[in-house]
Design a protein around this ligand. Structure first.
Ligand code: TYD
Length: 249
């Protein structure tokens, strides 16, 4: 199937900027930051690991992180967030996800980017917009302010959205019961999926949408092809990719 409007186009090196030193850490930004997003059961973890391996094979240092988590504080916050026995207001969730994110950015993502690595994150700020915004109804503009504060305005160079219908993804995870799978109904997860697609449509230069309902090998090929759009990851295009399977936006 042919790619979307940006398929095959290299993303220019707009990320080769030095960020203002708002942290006192003097971070510079040389690496590439790729996030993998999508609704429940899209296979983000599997695909992130496959992209990490492909990157290492191509000689690119790749650091894999997950949200929420990835730091001592973040893993503790994760336990609170995903505990099926907890009941949270959506604003509490938004703050906790961003608290874990702030620590991850500061401790892991920024240092890795500063030493020229590729950082692959399964979920990042778009998940808060999709779940707490489109899903739970919090105002997107307020969530974006929170995001900017937590991330010190760090944004992904590329976001790969693994898209699939909510009922298919939930069906794949039927035996797992984190709070978001057990306490929120199908309508919520449909809004999340539609939210991700709306975010992708609004920023086609950052997003690549991949149909995640197919076979893992084909999805992996599409993910590698998408990542190779980044100038710094162009080497990935030389890796065997199989038949790419992007969907049109
Ligand atoms: P996890 O078990 O890691 O699921 P997945 O493999 O799908 O990422 O649980 C993370 C859950 O938290 C998932 O249901 C989505 C939800 N979530 C939010 O609601 N907001 C956020 O900002 C993030 C990062 C995750």
């Amino acid at each position: 199937m042919p790619g979307g409007p940006t398929a095959g186009r290299r993303i220019p090196a707009r990320r080769l900027v030095t960020l203002p030193d708002v942290t006192g850490g003097g971070w510079s930004r040389r690496g590439a930051f790729v996030t993998i997003e999508g609704p429940e059961g899209a296979g983000k973890t599997t695909q992130a690991e496959r992209l990490r391996r492909a990157s290492q094979d191509a000689g690119i240092e790749a650091v894999l992180v997950r949200e929420p988590g990835g730091t001592v504080v973040g893993e503790r916050v994760r336990q609170i967030l995903l505990d099926p026995a907890s009941v949270h207001a959506p604003r509490t969730d938004a703050l906790l996800f961003n608290a874990a994110r702030a620590q991850l950015v500061r401790d892991v993502i920024r240092p890795a980017l500063a030493r020229d690595a590729l950082v692959i994150s399964t979920r990042f700020a778009d998940s808060t917009l999709a779940y707490q915004g489109y899903g739970a109804g919090l105002p997107l503009d307020e969530l974006r302010v929170l995001e900017g504060f937590a991330t010190e305005s760090l944004r992904p160079d590329l976001t790969i959205l693994l898209d699939l219908p909510a009922e298919v993804g939930l069906g794949r995870k039927a035996n797992e019961t984190n709070r978001f799978e057990s306490a929120f109904g199908l309508d919520f997860h449909r809004r999340v999926r539609d939210g991700f697609l709306a975010l992708a449509a609004a920023e086609p230069e950052r997003f690549e949408v991949v149909d995640a309902s197919g076979a893992p090998d084909a999805i992996a090929a599409a993910v590698v092809t998408a990542a190779a759009r980044l100038d710094r990851l162009g080497r990935l295009a030389d890796e065997p990719t199989g038949d790419a399977m992007r969907i049109r936006r």
